[in-house]
Design a binder for this molecule. Structure first.
Ligand SMILES: Nc1ncnc2c1ncn2[C@@H]1O[C@H](COP(=O)(O)OP(=O)(O)OP(=O)(O)O)[C@@H](O)[C@H]1O
Ligand SMILES: [Mg+2]
Length: 356
C-alpha cells in the first residue's frame, strides 16, 4: 500500500475532521450526504452488494458504487475481504448480488459496507472521521446492531488491495425513525407547520409509508402500506404485454433500465429504439391513486387537524407525480428522493455541535 506525503496528509486531516453525515439506506437506493468544505456532496448508489471471491479482470468505476478491501479495524470478521457496492455489484454479478431489499435485516448488517462503498467513489483521503446519523424503519430491532457493526475504526483500500490505505473512523451519532430526516428537511425549507400535526407520505422503492408527526415533529404513526412502492410500478411496466411484444424475448423487461429511463425523464429503455412513455402514462395514475387512497385511509383520523400534507421519496420525483399530488392537497418536497438524507445530515450537524 503506497502512502502519500505526511504534510499533504496532515492538511487533509485538518480540513476534514468529524464530518456530519446523513445516511439513508433505502431498500432500493442508498443516499449519503455531507458537506465537503462549502460544497454539498450527495452520494447515491443502488443498495446492492457483492463479495469478490477472485480479483477483477479490470478495475470497475462508477459514481454510483465502489470497491473496497478491508485490512484492519473493529470488524475483524471482514479482514482480507473485498466488496463491490452499488452499480459495481450489479455489473459484476447481475443476478446473484445481494439486494438489501431482499430482507429488512440486511440493512443493519451492511450499513458499513454501503458507507465504505460510497466513499470509494469520491476523491481519495487518507483519513475520514464520520459522525453519522442513519434512519431505520424499526429502531427497536436494528439500532443496536447497526451501531455495533458500524462504529469504530476501519482501515481499507478503495478500488483494489494495492491502493493507498484510508482509515475511516465512524461514530454513529444516532439512529432515528424513518422520516425524521424528511421532516427536518421540510422544516428547514419552511414547507410545513411544525406547531400542528403533519401527515407525510414517503414514496420509496419497496414501500409507501404514511406517517403522522405531532406538533414539534414527534412521530405518532408510521406504518408501511401492504402494497409496495415504486417497484410495483416498474414491474407493471416491465410485464406489460405491449413491452413484452416489443422485446420479443418472452421474459419481463429489465427494471433497472426502466428506472433509469423514468429518472432521466426521456423514458428510454437502454439503447433500444422504443421508449416507455406511453406505458408509464398508462400505469402511473393507477399506481398513485391506489397508494394515495390507502395512505389517506390510514391517516384519516389525523386529517382534520393536520396543518400540512407533504410527500417525499424518489417516487414523488417521478414524472407528473408532484402535479397529481398537488391536486389532492399534498405538497412534494423539492428533491424528494434526497429529502430524508439531507434532513439526516441537518440532524447530524446539530447533534455533533451539541456534543462538542
Ligand atoms: N429524481 C428522480 N426522478 C424520478 N424517479 C426517481 C428519482 N429518484 C428516485 N426515483 C425513483 O423513486 C424510487 C424510490 O426512491 P427512494 O430513494 O425513495 O427509494 P428507497 O429509499 O431506496 O426505498 P425504500 O424507502 O422503500 O426503502 C427509485 O427506485 C426510483 O425509481
Ligand atoms: Mg426510502
Amino acid at each position: 500500500m503506497p502512502t502519500i506525503t505526511q504534510s499533504k496528509q496532515a492538511g487533509i486531516e485538518q480540513n476534514y475532521q468529524h464530518t456530519p453525515i446523513g445516511f439513508d439506506c433505502g431498500a432500493g437506493l442508498t443516499k449519503l450526504c455531507f458537506f465537503c468544505g462549502r460544497i454539498q456532496k450527495r452520494l447515491r448508489q443502488p443498495s446492492k452488494l457483492l463479495e469478490l471471491k477472485s480479483p477483477l479482470l479490470e478495475e470497475l468505476k462508477s459514481p454510483e458504487g465502489g470497491q473496497f478491501t478491508y485490512h484492519s479495524g473493529n470488524r475483524s470478521d471482514l479482514i482480507g475481504r473485498q466488496f463491490l457496492t452499488g452499480e459495481l455489484a450489479a455489473w459484476k454479478e447481475p443476478t446473484t448480488h445481494i439486494k438489501l431489499s431482499d430482507d429488512p435485516t440486511l440493512k443493519a448488517e451492511y450499513v458499513l459496507h454501503m458507507v465504505l462503498g460510497a466513499l470509494a467513489s469520491v476523491e481519495y483521503r487518507p483519513k475520514w472521521n464520520l459522525f453519522l446519523v442513519a434512519s431505520t424503519h424499526s429502531r427497536a430491532l436494528f439500532s443496536d446492531k447497526l451501531k455495533a457493526l458500524t462504529n469504530g475504526t476501519h482501515t481499507v483500500t478503495f478500488g483494489g488491495a494495492d491502493m493507498p490505505a484510508s482509515t475511516v473512523n465512524i461514530t454513529v451519532g444516532s439512529v432515528v425513525p424513518e422520516g425524521a430526516g424528511a421532516y427536518t428537511y421540510a422544516k428547514r425549507l419552511n414547507a410545513l407547520d411544525s406547531s400542528s400535526r403533519v401527515i407525510g407520505f414517503d414514496l420509496g422503492t419497496s414501500t409507501v409509508i404514511p406517517q403522522v408527526f405531532g406538533p414539534g415533529g414527534k412521530l405518532i404513526y408510521h406504518q408501511p402500506l401492504e402494497t409496495g412502492g415504486v417497484i410495483d410500478l416498474l414491474e407493471a411496466i416491465a410485464t406489460d404485454t405491449q413491452l413484452l411484444e416489443q422485446l420479443g424475448t418472452g421474459k419481463s423487461a429489465n427494471l433497472e433500465l426502466i428506472r433509469k429511463g423514468l429518472e432521466s425523464g426521456d423514458f428510454s429503455y437502454g439503447t433500444r429504439r422504443f421508449n416507455t412513455r406511453a406505458l408509464y402514462a398508462k400505469h402511473i395514475k393507477l399506481w398513485l391513486a391506489a397508494r394515495l387512497r390507502l395512505a389517506f385511509k390510514a391517516t384519516k383520523e389525523w386529517r382534520d387537524e393536520a396543518g400540512s400534507l407533504i410527500a417525499w421519496g424518489g417516487g414523488s420525483e417521478l414524472p407528473g407525480v408532484s402535479q397529481m399530488l398537488n391536486t389532492q392537497g399534498v405538497i412534494s418536497l423539492p428533491q424528494g428522493g434526497w429529502a430524508n438524507a439531507l434532513g439526516l445530515q441537518i440532524i447530524a450537524t446539530a447533534l455533533k455541535a451539541r456534543r462538542e
